[in-house]
Design a protein around this ligand. Structure first.
Ligand SMILES: *Cc1c(COP(=O)(O)O)cnc(C)c1O
Length: 733
């Protein structure tokens, strides 16, 4: 990028261009860039590497650089040039489809808070040229997965790092892979960088995305590099995990990054622990072959390496934990690793498998779960490690998830003024509870967001109807067949949102278990209800896909049985953009997993940050965010959790019991909504969510709690600011 001479309003776009030996980057000043780089390359290693299989941080929901330029354009009408700069700089797609769900979005939100709080962190993940998948939904066929058409080269927020020794060429790292005869093949990766720039544009977190889809790479590598969570074979899956785990140290070395703490966001990247142990053994044994290392030597090396690692476990669900047949993993790694794996990655259930969660649990200095209930469950699942497993409840990035209309409201009240820097100030919303101007504006903001959401859905329904004629897709909504100009969803109708991955334990179809009862609740009282559902099932998850199909099949039945009062709509291709619109625009956010399988859940927090009450099973974060009569509603099975509750088999999913509890709870919710035009009870709950839940369930507070695990030496003022966030809550209480 050429330095820009455009200057106006004391703001010079060239102030946002930074250059170093790896390229030129747009978004922060040279001095801010140099500061970030200096931290990461500090010989004392006072920084953290955050390792995640997926990162969800789409610029179409949070893009402070673009926002800054658009604000400038708005405030200065002479600034005609800015529009063309926005066009030039942000000309391409604003989605980076390298995330599958909550884990990736959490990673993105976490990194954004680290950027806001100036914490020296660098992230490493993979770049998937075929993304996750894009979802088409057909009413007869259900989910159809399509490859995402996406090119990083055309994505303005991504930079391909240059080789400093050969600036015409991209930087490449080389990683040895092996076959079953221990023959070495070399896989290369180029490195893309996304800068997670903070809202003041004075700090960023580099995300280093390793791209193994290079034409010269061995075929098995290319096969494994394309799609996130490709599970076509266990070899592909294991190869993908090894790409992440073995890519970390070489990329850090190539960039001169010195971090001494590595944070594993889930166990997917745990192969880095094997690399570190191997390095340690080479160093200790002082010769290149460490296959002869004794058990004691390996255990001692693992203890040393453990001091560098922080591990977050995200789910009690089995599919979330990688276990590989020994021959599969041995078939891609160096033989010397087998001895280490035999010792440290034993699988309790199968002598023929390596268990990567066990490895991650064993080799770390501290491990944490993502909510209090999840901590208790994890203690039961891993009794031998219980002592070191604490809870750090997840959060969401408030600047990403609070809608524009709500943000404008917060901006306009002195009591909340500093909310962008400190989400904790939302506790002051309590003092505004009886302020009629605040209540009026809050209701108005909610109505604005509902209108945006319902307009989007009506537009989508119409579009599907039009497409019906031109494609073979049967629209995924019965309602598409019904609409004419007078028949549209109304934003004044009570609207329930449900959106997340379609895994069977999340029980998307729970509340339709008894459609008679549900429809009677509507017809007896003439209460119309919109149910808006969205979410993808992993392409290989047949039971998950069949739940999507069930949702589609309920649409007509619900409509007919309720005399048109109930409309169940499915929004295809769930992503962060749809999520943001939904969490702010609905009246209630529904969450009905089988307790205790939802370790945390974060979409409900996004709703709560907008003041939208949750209606949820007592699982994950809701055990902590629910305050009776104040923040929302609970339903379903509660009580102590034991080993048997961890079952995911269909006959243990408690459909009858939990749906009956839902039907008992729902009428009170509807009554509150429809009883008063001024929505008194709903506004009370919205305000209680703002003051009780925003200060806690945000990633600034979460980052502050992780800092205790990282043990970084931050400047005193910064440390104090973080301590203030941490004081707001103790997840591990
Ligand atoms: C927040 C979010 C999720 C996670 O939702 P859960 O309630 O934690 O399951 C998944 N996908 C997208 C696109 C999200 O924004």
């Amino acid at each position: 990028m050429q330095p820009n001479t455009f200057t106006d309003n004391n703001f010079d776009l060239s102030d946002l261009i930074a250059t170093n030996q790896f390229g030129s980057f747009f978004g922060v000043s040279q001095s801010a860039f140099d500061n970030v780089w200096k931290n990461l390359t500090d010989p004392a290693g006072n920084s953290v590497v955050y390792i995640s299989m997926e990162i969800g941080a789409d610029p179409d929901v949070f893009h402070p650089i673009k926002q800054k330029l658009m604000d400038l354009e708005k405030t200065d009408s002479k600034n005609k040039h800015i529009k063309s700069h926005i066009k030039k700089l942000f000309h391409g797609p604003e989605k980076i489809p390298c995330y599958g769900g909550g884990l990736g979005v959490l990673a993105g939100d976490t990194l954004k808070s680290y950027a806001d709080c100036h914490i020296p962190v660098v992230a490493v993940s993979l770049l998937y040229r075929q993304g996750y998948f894009s979802q088409i939904v057909d009413s007869k066929l259900g989910q159809i997965s399509q490859t995402v058409a996406w090119r990083p080269e055309e994505t303005p927020s991504l930079y391909l790092l240059k080789d400093p020794n050969n600036p015409d060429q991209p930087l490449q790292i080389q990683i040895p892979f092996f076959n079953e005869y221990d023959h070495e093949t070399i896989a290369s990766a180029q490195v893309w960088m996304k800068m997670e720039v903070n809202h003041s544009l004075d700090f960023f977190i580099p995300e280093l995305l390793l791209d193994f889809s290079l034409a010269d790479n061995p075929t098995p590598i290319i096969d494994a590099a394309g799609k996130l969570y490709n599970s076509e074979s266990s070899v592909i899956k294991a190869t993908q995990r090894r790409m992440l785990g073995t890519g970390i140290l070489p990329v850090l070395e190539a960039l001169g990054i010195t971090s001494q703490t590595l944070h594993l966001n889930e166990q997917h990247g745990v192969v880095v622990a094997l690399q570190l142990i191997a390095e340690e053994l080479l160093h200790e044994l002082n010769h290149s072959d460490f296959t002869l290392a004794s058990n004691e030597q390996i255990e001692k090396a693992a203890e040393t390496v453990a001091k560098k690692l922080v591990f977050t476990i995200h789910t009690p669900v089995k599919a979330g934990h990688d276990r590989f047949n020994k021959s599969v993993y041995a078939g891609i790694s160096h033989k010397s690793c087998r001895h280490i794996l035999e010792l440290l990655a034993n699988d309790n259930e199968s002598p023929h498998s390596y268990n990567f969660t066990t490895l991650a649990m064993r080799v770390n200095r501290t491990a944490n779960s993502v909510s209090r209930l999840h901590r208790d469950v994890t203690h039961k699942q891993f009794p031998e490690f219980a002592d070191k497993i604490t809870a750090i409840t997840n959060g969401v990035h408030h600047l990403t998830w609070i809608s524009d209309a709500r943000a404008e409201l917060f901006d306009s009240f002195q009591e909340l003024k500093n909310w962008r820097h400190d989400p904790g100030v939302l506790k002051n919303a309590a003092a505004l509870k009886d302020n009629s101007r605040f209540r009026t504006y809050l209701l108005r903001a909610w109505e604005v967001d509902s209108a945006i959401l319902i307009d989007y859905v009506n537009g989508m329904l119409l579009e599907h109807r039009n497409e019906m004629a031109s494609t073979w897709i049967d629209p995924p909504n019965h309602y598409s067949n019904l609409i004419d100009n007078s028949n549209r969803l109304s934003p004044n109708v009570f609207t329930v949102g449900f959106a997340r991955r379609f895994s069977t334990y999340k029980r998307a179809d729970l509340i339709f278990d008894n459609t008679d009862t549900l429809c009677k609740i509507a017809t007896n009282n003439n209460w119309p209800i919109n149910f808006l559902f969205s979410g993808k099932a992993h392409p290989a998850d047949e039971p998950g896909k069949s739940v999507i199909k069930l949702i589609l099949d309920y649409q007509k039945e619900l409509h007919d049985k309720s005399n048109g009062l109930i409309n169940l709509i499915f929004i295809p291709n769930y992503d962060m953009y749809i999520a943001k619109m939904m969490v702010a625009g609905v009246h209630v956010w529904l969450n009905n997993p089988k307790r205790p399988l939802e370790a945390s859940g974060t979409s409900g927090m996004k709703a709560a940050l907008n003041g939208v009450p949750n209606l949820s099973i007592m699982d994950g974060w809701w055990v902590e965010g629910y305050h009776e009569g104040l923040t929302g509603w609970k339903f379903g099975h509660e009580g102590p959790v034991d080993e048997a509750d961890l079952s995911e088999s269909p006959d243990t999913l408690l459909y009858a019991e939990d749906s009956a509890s839902f039907y008992q709870t729902l009428p009170a919710v509807l009554e509150e909504f429809y009883e008063s035009k001024s929505k008194t009870a709903f506004l009370d709950k919205a305000i209680m969510n703002l003051c009780l839940n925003v200060p806690i369930f945000n990633t600034h507070r979460m980052a502050a709690e992780y800092l205790h695990k990282y043990d970084l030496k931050l400047p005193q003022a910064q440390q104090e600011r973080m301590d203030d966030f941490a004081k707001l809550y103790n997840s591990n209480a």
